[in-house]
Design a binder for this molecule. Structure first.
Ligand code: ADP
Ligand code: C5P
Ligand code: MG
Length: 191
């Protein structure tokens, strides 16, 4: 199994939440036959399921912090095993070096490549504040915390994948249709 992991990368001017990962993953699923697994969506579903970790996950997400790797990895693994597809887009994961190292050692899976959705913080903030999906974390206080967590925790992951030549950078600040044209150029040769 060689899933294509999608994380958003950051530069000095960029963060990750709201860069359009979910939006573009839906396009990739439609055009290229991948299965989309959003770590955040899996965690939200787990929080709402009333499981023993549910309240802890909900509280951590409301604060914008990263949930322990073992919980998220179990959810991703289960979702992959339950699906017959062998092409996965893993969205919003890994979020920190521990996520990455634990995922690779537990599953033995390494991504074929990593998409970096480069978008300014101002634009991401605008998008998150108008997303309107009733999320507990799409408020200005939590958004700022999420940007901070992203800057502090995710750079190492990207540096690691960059050193392996696996990062493909996309200008995600443009309108969604234009972003997808750039995404298509990455996926078309490997379909
Ligand atoms: P992420 O999964 O990276 O957090 P989403 O795909 O949920 O981001 O997008 C966040 C919000 O921004 C959504 O309301 C979405 O409709 C909108 N959006 C996504 N891509 C773009 C774009 N290129 N331009 C403007 N708005 C966008
Ligand atoms: O990717 P998304 O914006 O949906 O993530 C929402 C929240 O889910 C994050 O702010 C974080 O609290 C949690 N999350 C996590 N570990 C991941 C992905 C998301 O803890 N790998
Ligand atoms: Mg998302």
């Amino acid at each position: 199994m060689t899933p294509h992991l999608i994380v958003s990368y950051l530069t000095s001017r960029a963060g990750g939440p709201g860069s359009g990962k979910g939006t573009q993953c839906a396009n990739i699923v439609e055009h290229f036959g991948y299965t989309h697994l959003s770590a955040g969506d899996l965690l939200r579903a787990e929080a709402q399921s009333g499981s023993k970790n549910g309240t802890m996950i909900e509280n951590m997400m409301s604060e914008g912090v990263i949930v322990p790797s073992e919980i998220t990895i179990k959810l991703l693994e289960k979702a992959m095993l339950e699906n017959e597809n062998d092409k996965f887009l893993i969205d919003g994961f890994p979020r920190n070096e521990e996520n990455r190292a634990a995922f690779e050692s537990i599953t033995g899976i390494e991504p074929e490549f990593v998409l970096f959705f480069d978008c300014s913080e101002e634009e991401m903030e605008r998008r998150l504040l108008t997303r309107n999906q009733g999320r507990v974390d799409d408020n200005i206080d939590t958004i700022r915390k999420r940007f901070k967590v992203f800057l502090e925790s995710s750079l190492d992951v990207i540096n690691y994948y960059n050193s392996k030549g696996k990062v493909k950078k996309i200008d995600a600040g443009k309108p969604a249709g234009e972003v997808f044209e750039a995404v298509k150029a990455v996926f078309a040769p490997i379909r």
